[in-house]
Design a protein around this ligand. Structure first.
Ligand code: ATP
Ligand code: MG
Length: 406
């Protein structure tokens, strides 16, 4: 085996003391859950970095692929850990170099944090480079633009050697920044919005408004699939599915057609706000983007936002659509989002929605009916699913709607 550990470098964990401990232990637990149910490893996290000790049967590439998606991980290297004897170092460097293509160049980079070690940086560099040149044919040294960089870290406990540094997703470990409720439609934007806040360490639960029979079972499955994809980055995500048909029909009875979109959003938000309190979250996240569609003008945001004082986070507010699409592709939700199943709003969307709704008007329309009881009924009938990366919709529908929530 060329490598016997995976070295995991932390992102921006500049925190000190107890906070740092919390961060590291959360990251450790997130990495472990990302690796489940793989076998053949042991995770050890210390304050500066994490080492995953590998058994011979470990699937190292699959492990790296999974760890690189965990927020809070900055980069990853498969490494060889050695006793502090130069003979072992030579032998290992030669093993690495034997894998390189003929004609390639390399460079030896040494970091020597054990200042007592008997050889200095320059000695090690020269000796290791020399050992490779002597034992492996057709390689040469290039210190400016090498094809391969072999790094030797002389630390107090051991010498670590590696020749790959794989960039990871960065950000902060999810679970260290509080909890939010993500309004998840089946579109492109809201999953990206959710990932943006998770990137900063925030846990999400998702809420989706579903209006059968106007929206199909397929639309619901699409949202479940989006949640599943997001969960590959964080382990599990709870998805609350709100039966919204009754509310939506009532809106169309009492509100002027041009204002139904505004009212629909307001009622979604009133329901979301109740769920926020029930799940102990502190903010709502949505995928709104300034100027993208009729409901996303400032006037519209004002009229919609007025139903709650809970902070509403809009991580995509100022992004261009093309950038949002890039992000959706990177997190793997794009292909699912563009499937054609209608979400509840497209079906009820008026032909000519007002783009600059007046707050007073929408309040006046809504005053024609007391929605409170209906809102409560919708909340009481929420279906909550706990979704992980292996979630199988068909299996779940039969036996395990989660009932452990409120
Ligand atoms: P998206 O691509 O996320 O659907 P969008 O550009 O289609 O966004 P809108 O339809 O105006 O924009 O929706 C704005 C935001 O409202 C969405 O990003 C989402 O956060 C929320 N939202 C819309 N419909 C639903 C729904 N059925 N369930 C939950 N949230 C929704
Ligand atoms: Mg949408």
């Amino acid at each position: 085996m060329i490598y016997d550990h995976i070295l995991v470098r932390y992102g921006e964990l500049t925190l000190k003391g107890a906070n740092r401990k919390t961060f590291v232990s959360q990251l450790r637990s997130n990495v472990k859950s990302a690796l489940m149910p793989l076998k053949g490893y042991e995770v050890k996290a210390n304050r500066d970095r994490m080492y995953i000790k590998l058994e011979p049967e470990a699937d190292i590439e699959e492990m790296i692929r999974r760890i690189s998606k965990v927020y809070g991980v900055h980069s990853i290297s498969p490494v060889m850990k050695m006793d502090k004897t130069m003979d072992d170092v030579y032998e290992q460097a030669i093993t690495f170099a034997e894998e390189y293509e003929k004609g390639n160049s390399f460079k030896i980079e040494v970091k020597r944090s054990d200042k007592q070690f008997e050889y200095d940086t320059y000695d090690i560099q020269r000796a290791v480079g020399g050992a490779i040149l002597k034992n492996v044919d057709d390689l040469h040294v290039d210190v400016k633009h090498p094809d391969h960089e072999i790094r030797v870290e002389v630390r107090l406990d051991a010498i670590y050697m590696y020749d790959r540094v794989i960039p990871a997703i960065g950000g902060l470990p999810v679970g260290t920044g509080g909890k939010t409720l993500l309004m998840l439609s089946g579109g492109i934007d809201s999953p990206v919005a959710g990932m943006e806040v998770m990137r900063r360490g925030v846990t999400i639960e998702a809420i989706h408004f579903h209006s059968p029979p106007f929206t199909s079972e397929k639309a619901k499955e699409k949202v479940i699939e989006l949640t599943r994809i997001m969960a590959t980055h964080v382990g599990t995500i709870k998805l609350h599915i709100v039966p919204f048909t009754e509310v939506q029909k009532q809106i169309h009875k009492v509100v002027h057609e041009r204002y139904t979109m505004t009212s629909t959003r307001r009622l979604m938000l009133r329901i979301a706000d109740k769920v926020v309190h029930q799940i102990g979250a502190d903010a709502i996240v949505n995928g709104e983007n300034l100027g993208q569609v009729a409901s996303q003008t400032l006037k519209s945001m004002y009229a919609i936002n007025a139903v709650t004082t809970t902070p509403i986070l809009r991580p995509l507010l100022s992004l261009d659509k093309s950038d949002i699409i890039e992000k959706a592709k990177a997190i793997g939700t794009f292909e699912t989002s563009i499937q054609p199943y209608e979400d509840c709003c497209t079906i009820f969307t008026p032909k000519n929605p007002v783009t600059e709704p007046q707050y007073e008007k929408v309040v006046q329309y809504e005053s024609g009916f007391d929605f409170e009881e209906m809102i409560q009924r919708a909340v009481d009938n929420i279906e909550t699913l706990v979704i992980d990366k292996n979630y199988d919709i068909h299996q779940t529908e039969k036996n395990s709607w989660a009932d452990d929530l409120f």
